[in-house]
Ligand binder design. Structure first.
Ligand SMILES: [Mn+2]
Length: 406
C-alpha cells in the first residue's frame, strides 16, 4: 500500500500582499501526476489546509476543485484540521466528501474512536488504519482531564496530548494488532526546526511534545504544523512533511517535499521523499545600496513564476539620500518581467541599538509578531521579572484564544 504524506497547504496565504495561489495550483497539478505515476492509494493532509479560518470563496473553490480531481484518481484521502483551520468549515461537507472516499476530521471527536479511519481494499479487507488526529485545542485536552490536577497549564496540555495518542494506540493494539497503522498530528514536537511562517501553538510552543509519546504500534507518524520537512527524535518514521511551497522568506532555501510511504506489512515502512519542483524563487539581497543595486542588475531568475525579492540595505551612517535612492530603485523594478520586490528595508548601523532594530526604515508590521510588539511595550514598564513573565504568559494565552478558531 502506498501512502503520500503532505501538510500545511495554507490555501489563501498572502505574502506581503502577494497571493501564493499560482504556486499552489502548480503544486496541485504536480501532486496529481505523482499520485498517478506512483500509484498512490492514500493521501494524508496533516492540517492547515487553509491559511485563514474564513477563506475567500475563490480559495474554497481551489480546494474543492482539487478534491474533485483527487476523487477521480481512485484513492482514499484523509484530511485533518490544523490550528489555522476552522473545524466547522472543514467538517461542513464531511458527508458528501465521504462518498468520494475523502475523510475529514476537522477537530477532536467527542468519541475518540471516531478519529480512527480503517482503510479497506477493494475486497473489503482492512489494509491500513489511520489515527487521524487533528490539532488538539485547549478545550479538547482539558475536558478529558477533569479528574487530574496539574501544576500548570503547560503540563496539562502536554499530558492531554500524550493521553490522546495513548488512547488511540490502545485501541489499535487491541482491535487492529496486525494491521499497519499511521498516526497523524498537528502539533509542535520538541526539537523541531521552525521557520517564520508558523503561528505559535500550545502556549508559545512551550508544551512541546516528546517523540516518545507516539507508541511503537504506530508504524509511521505523519505530522503537520512545522513548515520545514524534518525527522523527529532521530526516528525516520516520525516526520514533518513541511509545507509544499515556501510560505516565508525564511524558507527560501528549504527543499520542499512530499513523503511517499511504502507499507508492505506491519513494521515494514519505507519512506521516500519526493522533491516538489520549485515554481517560484524567493530571494533576499543584502548589502550597501551599491551592492544591492548591482545584485539586482545581475539577477536573472528562471522559474515558471516571477520571483519574490526582499531587499535589506545596510549603510554605516544615516543618509537621507540613500532612502530616496532605495525608493527610486524599488520603483524602477516595478512591473519587471522576472521578479517583484516584495519588501525592502534600510538599516543605518550608526546609532542603532538592539531595541530599535525592530523599527528600521521600511520595517513592515507583518514582520513583527504580536509577541514582539508586546515585549516592546513591556520594556517601557519597570516590572519585576516574575511579574513580567506572568504578563507574557497571560498574553500568550489570550493570543492563542484569539488565533484559534472553534
Ligand atoms: Mn501551518
Amino acid at each position: 500500500m502506498k501512502v503520500l504524506h503532505t501538510a500545511d497547504w495554507h490555501i489563501g496565504k498572502i505574502l506581503h500582499k502577494q497571493p501564493l495561489k499560482k504556486e499552489l495550483e502548480n503544486f496541485f497539478t504536480w501532486l496529481l501526476s505523482i499520485i498517478s505515476s506512483e500509484s498512490v492509494d492514500v493521501l494524508l493532509v496533516s492540517g492547515d489546509v487553509f491559511d485563514l479560518a474564513n477563506p475567500s470563496s475563490k480559495d474554497r473553490q481551489l480546494y474543492y476543485n482539487f478534491l474533485s480531481q483527487l476523487s477521480k484518481s481512485n484513492l482514499h484521502v484523509v484530511i485533518t484540521g490544523g490550528n489555522h483551520d476552522s473545524i466547522n468549515l472543514l467538517d461542513a461537507p464531511k458527508e458528501i466528501l465521504e462518498s468520494l472516499s475523502i475523510s475529514v476530521i476537522g477537530g477532536a471527536k467527542e468519541n475518540i474512536i471516531d478519529e480512527l479511519i480503517p482503510i479497506k481494499s477493494k475486497e473489503g479487507n482492512i489494509e491500513l488504519v489511520v489515527a487521524a488526529v487533528p490539532f488538539l485545542r485547549d478545550k479538547d485536552l482539558r475536558n478529558k482531564n477533569t479528574d487530574q490536577v496539574y501544576k500548570d497549564r503547560t503540563e496539562a496540555v502536554r499530558e492531554g496530548i500524550k493521553n490522546h495518542y495513548e488512547q488511540l494506540a490502545n485501541i489499535c493494539a487491541s482491535e487492529y494488532k496486525t494491521i499497519p497503522t499511521i498516526a497523524m498530528g498537528h502539533l509542535y514536537a520538541k526539537g523541531s526546526l521552525t521557520s517564520d511562517s508558523e503561528r505559535e501553538i500550545q502556549i508559545g510552543n512551550t508544551a512541546a511534545v516528546e517523540s516518545s509519546i507516539f507508541s511503537p504500534i504506530f508504524d509511521y507518524v505523519a505530522l503537520g504544523h512545522i513548515h520545514r520537512p524534518q525527522v523527529i527524535g532521530k526516528n525516520e518514521n516520525i516526520r514533518y512533511s513541511g509545507s509544499p511551497i515556501a510560505l516565508s522568506f525564511s524558507e527560501k532555501e528549504d527543499k520542499k517535499m512530499v513523503l511517499l510511504l511504502d507499507l508492505q506489512t506491519k513494521k515494514e515502512v519505507k519512506v521516500k521523499p519526493i522533491m516538489v519542483p520549485r515554481f517560484r524563487e524567493l530571494q533576499k539581497f543584502k548589502g550597501t545600496y551599491k551592492q544591492v543595486e548591482e545584485k539586482l542588475i545581475n539577477y536573472h531568475p528562471d522559474y515558471e513564476l516571477k520571483s519574490f525579492v526582499e531587499l535589506e540595505i545596510n549603510e554605516p551612517s544615516f543618509n537621507s539620500n540613500i532612502l530616496s535612492k532605495v525608493e527610486a530603485l524599488v520603483d524602477e523594478y516595478e512591473g519587471s518581467e522576472k521578479f517583484i520586490i516584495l519588501k525592502h528595508k534600510t538599516v543605518f548601523e550608526e546609532g542603532a541599538k538592539d531595541t530599535s532594530e525592530l523599527f528600521t526604515h521600511g520595517q513592515n508590521i507583518e514582520d513583527l509578531t504580536p509577541i514582539d510588539v508586546f515585549n516592546k511595550r513591556l520594556e517601557q514598564e519597570e516590572l519585576e521579572p516574575d511579574l513580567a513573565q506572568s504578563m507574557k504568559d497571560a498574553f500568550l494565552e489570550i493570543l492563542e484564544l484569539v488565533q484559534t478558531e472553534e
